[in-house]
Design a protein around this ligand. Structure first.
Ligand code: E4P
Length: 218
């Protein structure tokens, strides 16, 4: 399973990259705003800064909601850097734009996906990635993981190549469960990735190994 980090924070991206497990980055307009990145020029510069920090795909979301606007914006984003993936919302014009970009060989990520039907449409339109929002479904007492399972089944039934990018991952167990269900990619915060490291028996075991070494080599 590929690990993407879901942030526009350059320090967090650097930390995940240094851990050696980072395969890409996803951003969205809210994450950019959280870092205080505003204005078109600054936003484009920030995408470039992210691309320079990592080796994998970097999702950059369009703001337009009409077909022509998405094409114009998406082409500009794709031209910015070869690592850029054009992130499009799951609305009719977003699906049409997805088909346009996939026909041109430009990578896409269809975002704001909350149902198996939406994921099926994204795959039919040739999306590179589909982003089901696991955490936001859990937030409203719906089983987000069940959606990942359904999409996996549908994609495997027909051999769709669209990668399931489990998004809105909030914590470490989400990552583990996505891996169990065969999600191709997950995107989450640094804290969820770092949570995978932790086990008290690792800490106490290491402490004992080092103490025993000290006794014999004092
Ligand atoms: C996905 O690409 C989104 O950026 C993201 O995962 C949304 O996560 P949230 O529900 O925690 O805001």
């Amino acid at each position: 399973m590929k690990f993407f980090i879901d942030t526009a924070n350059l320090n967090d991206i650097q930390s995940a990259y240094e851990l050696g497990v980072l395969d890409g980055v996803t951003t969205n307009p809210s994450l950019m705003a959280k870092e205080g990145i505003t204005g078109k020029d600054n936003i484009l510069k920030h995408y470039l800064a992210i691309c320079e920090k990592v080796e994998g795909d970097v999702s950059a979301e369009v703001i337009a909601t009409d077909y022509e606007g998405m094409i114009k914006e998406g082409e500009e984003l794709a031209a910015l850097h070869p690592q850029i993936v054009v992130k499009l919302p799951m609305i009719a014009d977003g699906v049409k734009a997805c088909k346009y970009f996939s026909d041109k060989g430009i990578k896409t990520n269809v975002t704001l996906v909350f149902s198996a039907g939406q994921a099926l449409l994204a795959a039919k339109a040739g999306a590179t990635y589909v982003s089901p929002f696991l955490g936001r479904l859990d937030d409203i007492s719906t089983d987000g993981l069940r959606l990942i399972e359904e999409i996996r089944l549908i994609y495997d039934n027909y051999g769709f190549e669209t990668e399931i990018l489990s998004a809105s991952v909030r914590h470490t167990m989400h990552i583990i469960n996505c891996a169990k269900l065969g999600s191709d990619v997950m995107t989450g915060p640094l804290s969820a990735i770092e949570g995978l490291l932790k086990h008290p028996l690792t800490d106490s075991g290491l402490e004992k190994f080092l103490a025993d070494y000290q006794k014999g080599n004092a």
